[in-house]
Design a protein around this ligand. Structure first.
Ligand code: NDP
Ligand code: CA
Length: 317
């Protein structure tokens, strides 16, 4: 019974579906690719059978549905057809864009490439358009991608763009520069696709708040983005990067514990107010072996944010 595996100690601020057409719940999660997680990641404290797909896949679906999101952005998806089949029965429609040369393809027993997936609640939104991009660095395609969708709230006619991405992983000054360049290309793409509509930008940016990409996102002209978790924090007197949560991923590898914040939900501050964010499990909740584990199917935690449309949009576009 996979329900028994769920932690109860997590404080959930949002479990009922949002009724109001003026509110949108956005869910962002790097689900951990099945191929990478089982053969490439070497999580030294995670029991092998905790990653067994037959069980883990339902934990992933449950984690998503538990929060009744309106929009779902996922990374490292290498079982899109399974997720699509499950989520379609629950009222969602989704699209998927694979990485051009996904590392999954080189792993034994892989299920195809991993990539970014985006789902939305059919009942709440009309689909306006979607687009995908292989992110470019100095005009050359990289191995990272983004997917965007423009949605219209049925009841009000208000439109917005939601985007999901997964930037290049790993540490180093060069890689931090590369992520910043990918981010600039992503922001250009998002800005032109949005055509003046407000933007919500989710992803695993693989960058701590101190990296250049974080400032690039917040400073991008014409989008006026803020970080939802940072802006929801009560401490308003410090810069955004100092208000981010302490971690969005926490794992144990050979080299030790990796505990940092690299996943974000950015939003247009003129159009939206952050009403609630889902708290992350504490150190005690997750236990010494960290994640993934029997309780948590990914090494990343899910981010979930409730946005309210501002009464009067002043987009400045
Ligand atoms: P990235 O560098 O972006 O990383 C790919 C995945 O590896 C990410 O999903 C990332 O997860 C995960 N990852 C990050 N750090 C570690 C770590 N320390 N140990 C294990 N996994 C980690 O990959 P690219 O898409 O740019 O592809 C490049 C990589 O793919 C190369 O490093 C190569 O190993 C592999 N590859 C191999 C090929 C071959 O065998 N011929 C061909 C193409 C690629 P997260 O985002 O959660 O950190
Ligand atoms: Ca990963």
């Amino acid at each position: 019974d996979f329900k028994m595996l769920q932690i109860n100690a997590v404080k959930k601020t949002c479990v009922q579906p949002l009724k109001s057409p003026n509110k949108i719940r956005v869910f962002q999660w790097n689900v951990l690719s099945q191929s990478l997680g089982t053969t490439n990641d070497s999580f030294v404290c995670c029991p092998e059978d905790a990653l067994e797909w037959g069980n883990r896949r339902y934990q992933i679906v449950q984690e998503i549905l538990e929060y009744a999101p309106d929009v779902i952005c996922l990374q490292e998806v290498d079982h899109f057809n399974f997720l699509k089949a499950c989520l379609e029965t629950q009222g969602y429609t989704g699209t998927f864009f694979p990485k051009p040369d996904s590392p999954c393809l080189y792993l034994d027993g892989n299920n195809g490439p991993d990539g970014c997936a985006l789902f939305y609640r059919r009942e709440k939104f009309d689909f306006v358009k979607s687009d995908t991009r292989v992110l470019e660095v100095w005009r050359v395609q990289s191995n990272q991608v983004a997917v965007v969708a423009v949605l219209r709230v049925r009841e009000t006619g208000r439109e917005f763009l939601v985007a999901g991405t997964h930037l290049k992983a790993r540490k180093g000054a060069l890689l931090s520069t590369l992520r910043n360049e990918q981010g600039k290309d992503l922001l250009d793409f998002v800005h032109s696709s949005a055509e003046g509509r407000p933007v919500i930008l989710c992803g695993d940016f693989n960058a701590e708040p101190t990296e250049p990409i974080y400032r690039t996102v917040l400073g991008y002209p014409g989008l006026n983005l803020g970080s939802a978790y940072a802006d929801f924090s009560p401490n308003k007197d410090v810069p955004s990067m100092d208000r981010e949560p302490p971690y969005t991923t926490w794992k144990v590898r050979d080299e030790g514990e990796v505990c940092h914040t690299i996943d974000y939900v950015f939003y247009n501050k003129d159009a939206f107010v952050v009403n609630a964010v889902l708290q992350f499990p504490t150190s005690d909740d997750i236990g010494e072996g960290r994640v993934p584990s029997y309780q948590y199917p990914s090494d990343h935690f899910s981010l979930c944010c409730d946005f309210r449309f501002q009464d009067q949009e002043k987009t400045g576009q």
